[in-house]
Design a binder for this molecule. Sequence first.
Ligand code: LRH
Ligand code: MN
Ligand code: MN
Length: 388
Amino acid sequence: MSDRFDAIAPELAKQAIELPSWAFGNSGTRFKVFGTPGTPRTVEEKIADAATVHRFTGLAPAVALHIPWDHVDDFAALRGYAAEHGVQLGTVNSNTFQDDIYKFGSLTHSDPSVRQKAIDHHFRCIDVMDATGSRDLKIWLADGTNYPGQGDIRSRQDWLHESLSTIYERLGDDQRMVLEYKFFEPAFYHTDVPDWGTSYAQVSALGDKAKVCLDTGHHAPGTNIEFIVAQLLRLGKLGSFDFNSRFYADDDLIVGAADPFQLFRILMEVVRGGGFNNPDVAFMLDQCHNVEDKIPGQIRSVLNVQEMTARALLLDRDALNAAQSEHDVLGANGIVMDAFYTDVRAPLADWRESRGLPADPMAAYAASGYQRSIENERVGGTQAGWGA
Ligand code: LRH
Ligand code: MN
Ligand code: MN
């Protein structure tokens, strides 16, 4: 094992997973948002917590912002603050889902003045990106309808194209747009960007700087997500991941918690498609921690991705290719299962130590006293997510 692990270690060393600022805020369901002691009161405190995850794991060098949840007057100063804490500001997520004016849609609204308002919000997000040095603008739309006939679903695609084109034109040379799809919620009859095909069709009509964002929680139960990953990588259109896991709907639970095998299969296709350590594919978490402590929740999450990436990298690709070409069905499957069942925890722990990181980041964080100090210092943390 140690020779095999040594062979993949240089690849693993390059792994970077972006953390969502909103994972550090209080969150919950429409039934209850639980306040957690120590929750950040400001954007700066969310960044400090994200930087803590990076300090203990070496895996999380960037923090994604959600606009306007993360509002500050001076984003350039926020960039400096993040740098002082050893992290960068990453993806800027737009938000056109919490204002009354967007009740019947934003970029797809039938009224051009509402569409323009939503476009202007994205222009503001690009201004933020200019100040923070962020590369990616992530667009997820809550747009959709609840009843057949409520809206003209075809015109809305045309309006969406027009709106996205206007935003796309505003991107700088080194900036990108990623369009996230989700099959339902909050709209329950139709959603304007429900699936990867729609996202792919829309971004393909724009140009090279527009890609698809795949949120693992945004598919119907039973969907073969790794197939979508393989296809988008093949087409050169996979821009980013929002990692999380789900038991039922868009649960936003810790990645790898619900179905570790699915995470493995996804990462296997990422490795196969050259997406791992390919700068064109951004790895991000999109999670909420409703009942568990948020910082260890994020530490657990990035470790889960690291562990499953190691297993995917350990897959014996030559043996698999040979078995596949001989149509050795059970042999091929056995090779994949061997990689999945490889316990990489001990070599990963040794390797972390050899790089000056804690062997067990969860235990090191628990022993560090950071949680206690933020619980004592911070009173009245802010809420992230729905109902903010
Ligand atoms: C929508 C979503 C999207 C939002 C985030 C808070 O369900 O996945 O990425 O920006 O949740
Ligand atoms: Mn998401
Ligand atoms: Mn989601």
